[in-house]
Design a protein around this ligand. Structure first.
Ligand code: MG
Ligand code: ZN
Length: 235
């Protein structure tokens, strides 16, 4: 809830933002329903610029493409660099350029879903725009919300960005091979994450040497679906 104080000192509650977010949440629920009707699982991968989102998505694609029919949606402001990286793995990838928008939203994802042959798909992996703040407020209708962070973001990432971490089903701590070089105490970082979000699954990975990737794949895709985040459909 936002407040606005006028020149006379009177405080006005601002409902508009909540209605706006609520309408996005409804669109997200409609997306989830559409996906469920076709038995398609969608994973939303968020995280800062440079955390390794594309690298994690590449590892997922590599590990899953023999077993599942996959399409990747690459959200980015203007380039197709990430899409090109995914296409090299022989998997369909769709670039979603947002121009100046710093996140994907459910309406934009809907227009993409409607162009896909959902009956011939198992998995939609969305790489959100690189941003550790607002994507958390814009659920897309995914079954799994994942944030990729990396030890190169320093030791305070969880305490400085509690909101995004609190919303996630999975937290990937990437570039774990660089932890000692970066002088990041990973157990302290995990403790911080746990205090912000005790139920998220935390997986430590290195896309460089493959550490943690099999665990991530098993937990993310092969465990039964959970809907524990705030994106869950109402009962
Ligand atoms: Mg990327
Ligand atoms: Zn944004």
């Amino acid at each position: 809830m936002s407040e606005l104080t006028d020149a006379q000192g009177k405080v006005h509650q601002i409902e508009l933002a909540i209605d706006f977010l609520e309408s996005h949440r409804k669109l997200a629920e409609a997306n989830r329903k559409l996906l469920d009707e076709h038995g398609v699982t969608m994973i939303d991968v968020m995280g800062s610029v440079g955390a390794g989102k594309t690298s994690v998505v590449e590892q997922l694609v590599r590990g899953l493409k023999e077993k599942y029919r996959i399409v990747v949606l690459n959200g980015d402001l203007v380039t197709t660099i990430d899409q090109d990286r995914i296409l090299r793995h022989g998997v369909e990838a769709i670039q979603v350029n947002t121009g100046k928008e710093c996140h994907l939203d459910a309406a934009l994802v809907r227009t993409v879903l409607e162009r896909l042959d959902l009956g011939n798909l198992d998995l939609v992996i969305v790489e959100n725009v690189g941003n550790l703040i607002c994507p958390a407020d814009f659920p897309l209708g995914s079954h799994r919300r994942v944030v990729v962070t990396s030890v190169t973001e320093g030791p305070y990432v969880a305490v400085k960005h509690p909101h995004v971490f609190a919303e996630m089903d999975f937290v990937v701590i990437n570039k774990i091979d660089l932890a000692s070089v970066m002088e990041v105490d990973v157990s302290k970082l995990v403790g911080d994450l746990r205090s912000v979000n005790p139920r998220a699954r935390v997986v430590q990975t290195s896309c460089k040497d493959g550490t943690g990737i099999p665990e991530l794949i098993t937990r993310l895709v092969e465990e039964p679906r959970r809907c524990t985040s705030s994106e869950s459909l109402p009962a």
